[in-house]
Design a protein around this ligand. Structure first.
Ligand code: ADP
Ligand code: MG
Length: 297
């Protein structure tokens, strides 16, 4: 196990995000690489007591699945009452050599259906696991889906996730990244209704991501457009049904259509999608070779 933060040496920055930095670190004793996500708090910003941060730590400690990025240790403190290493909270995670799907798309631009099929299957398995533990991810998007050297994709970043307990709380709707948000989260008045199934929002986001992988651009607005909040909101809530690309196979078109159904009541569930014919095909995976991403069997 990893007992001491001081055994880890930072070797590179992997990413910056909301309130944190992710480093590639080298363990001086076992000579392995890990990813270290550090959330830093200064006096007037959110603190270690912030419920969302406690929750991210709590969720990471609970989940254990081949489809979710593994968290080996949490430093800061154990019960999140007082930070002992300054005001930081750090997560030691398995290192995903291939970076995120966002990095993959930036380089490869588009992915063939054989790869998308495998990615979709892994995201669905991950969501199936999380939803079974009553956890909604709420931020499924390319930069939160990571790939490793074996070509495996795993879900990461529980920064805005939520544990569903009993009744649905409408005030919780607006956490997360807007671009991949479902209509019922963007505009609960119009698309929500009674007893919204929160898990359906993750399905929507996954569908948008898979379509983006096929098209090479964010599908809700045309290529090359700058997505501001108003444009996005209109596209999500008032736009026509998403056109499926003609070049896509009928199975893929149907798969995506079942995910991006605006009415969450009609949207496919994770369990239904796991049985979808689009997933029953020969798959290829993607890994990062010496600098470049390569697709192989
Ligand atoms: P944030 O809450 O800031 O979005 P993330 O957990 O999504 O934090 O991490 C930000 C970025 O850092 C990711 O998009 C990815 O590029 C990189 N990253 C995060 N975790 C890992 C990891 N385990 N292995 C490799 N890269 C990672
Ligand atoms: Mg992220």
């Amino acid at each position: 196990g990893i007992r001491n933060l001081s055994d880890l040496k930072k070797v590179a920055v992997l990413g910056h995000g909301n309130g944190g930095t992710v480093y590639k670190v080298h363990h001086k004793k076992n000579h392995s690489f890990y990813a270290l996500k550090v959330l830093r708090f200064n006096d007037n910003s959110i603190g270690i007591h912030e419920p969302s941060i406690v929750l991210e730590a709590e969720i990471l400690k609970r989940v254990d699945s081949p489809f979710i990025v593994k968290c080996h240790a949490v430093f800061g403190n154990d019960n999140c009452t007082e930070a002992d290493n300054g005001d930081d909270l750090s997560f030691v995670m398995e290192y995903m050599e291939g970076g995120s799907l966002h990095d993959v798309l930036r380089e490869k631009y588009r992915l063939p259906e054989e790869v998308i099929s495998l990615l979709a299957k892994r995201v669905l398995e991950g969501l199936n696991y999380l939803h079974g533990m009553h956890i909604v991810h709420r931020d499924i998007k390319p930069s939160n889906l990571l790939v490793n050297d074996k070509g495996e994709l795993k879900i990461a970043d529980f920064g805005v996730s939520h544990i569903v307990e009993g009744r649905f709380d409408a005030s919780e709707l607006n956490a997360g990244t807007c671009a991949y948000m479902s209509p019922e989260r963007v505009d609960p008045e119009r698309w929500g209704g009674e007893n919204v199934d929160e898990f359906a929002g993750d399905v929507w986001s996954m569908g948008v991501v898979m379509l983006e992988c096929f098209l090479g651009y964010f599908p809700l607005i045309g290529p090359g457009q700058r997505p501001d909040w108003a444009t996005l909101m209109c596209a999500i809530c008032f736009g026509e049904k998403l056109e499926m690309p003609e070049k896509a196979s009928p199975e893929f078109q149907n798969f995506v259509r079942r995910c991006v159904e605006k009415d969450w009541r009609k949207r496919a569930t994770v369990k239904e999608l796991l049985q979808h014919p689009f997933l029953n095909r020969k798959c290829f995976c993607i890994t990062k070779g010496l600098g470049d991403y390569v697709i192989h069997e």
